[in-house]
Ligand binder design. Sequence first.
Ligand SMILES: CC(C)(COP(=O)(O)OP(=O)(O)OC[C@H]1O[C@@H](n2cnc3c(N)ncnc32)[C@H](O)[C@@H]1OP(=O)(O)O)[C@@H](O)C(=O)NCCC(=O)NCCS
Length: 221
Amino acid sequence: MANYKIRNYDNSDYDTVRDLFSSGMSEYVPSVCVHVLKQPWVIFVLTCMFLSLMLTSKSLILPLLAVTLLLALGRQVLGYCWKMYIDQCLKEDLQDIQKTYMESKGSNFWVVEVDESIVGTVAAKPSDEKHDELILKRMSVRKDYRGLGIAKALSREVIGFARSNGYRSVILNTLMVQSEAKKMYENVGFKRYIEYVLPTIYGKLVNFKISKYRYDILPVT
Ligand SMILES: CC(C)(COP(=O)(O)OP(=O)(O)OC[C@H]1O[C@@H](n2cnc3c(N)ncnc32)[C@H](O)[C@@H]1OP(=O)(O)O)[C@@H](O)C(=O)NCCC(=O)NCCS
């Protein structure tokens, strides 16, 4: 177990926190590509293109080249869209972390420190829908510090914060490619209560699934 310390966010952590979030999310580009490639319509289009080019050109090289080029192009497009999503998050709550989390009632942002380096983050803020629901966000652990129980400790920190601030539940969203995160939250005691496909054209096209998890805070008896 690493010798780590969980503490509240400080303004001097700003750049590191944003970098940690960006690099954690960027890791998912290959999994997103695999997810898209597994969609039946994508397989169908690629197969049709391959077969029709093979039949018309009577060669294997042209269809192989065309499919490879299309895959490379798809990888670039998905990478670009994913980067836009990350940039959007950086412009939302991560734009002014101090104001969003540290100066707002019932919110907080934590960092994990090991030897004066920040290796993990998590945030919490009240839900817009229910006043007694806390949303856990921005969970991220630096790659070389994974598997040491840091994310579980951060989740428990948020649960403890929720309990002492009178919230009745902690909720969070995960994306279809975040299987390690889902497993970790389930190990902590979160239960999946909704799974849906993002209701946009692109969401439906690539079957972009969001799973919502909840941890109910039981009253102390
Ligand atoms: C998800 C993430 C936060 C986990 O951090 P972590 O500190 O490695 O997690 P912990 O060591 O506390 O997690 C332990 C649990 O997570 C699961 N887990 C962690 N890494 C895993 C892996 N590579 N494969 C499968 N399960 C894994 C296991 O269930 C493990 O439980 P166990 O130790 O009892 O077996 C980290 O991988 C990360 O930062 N990913 C990128 C950003 C991200 O996806 N954030 C979540 C947003 S919802």
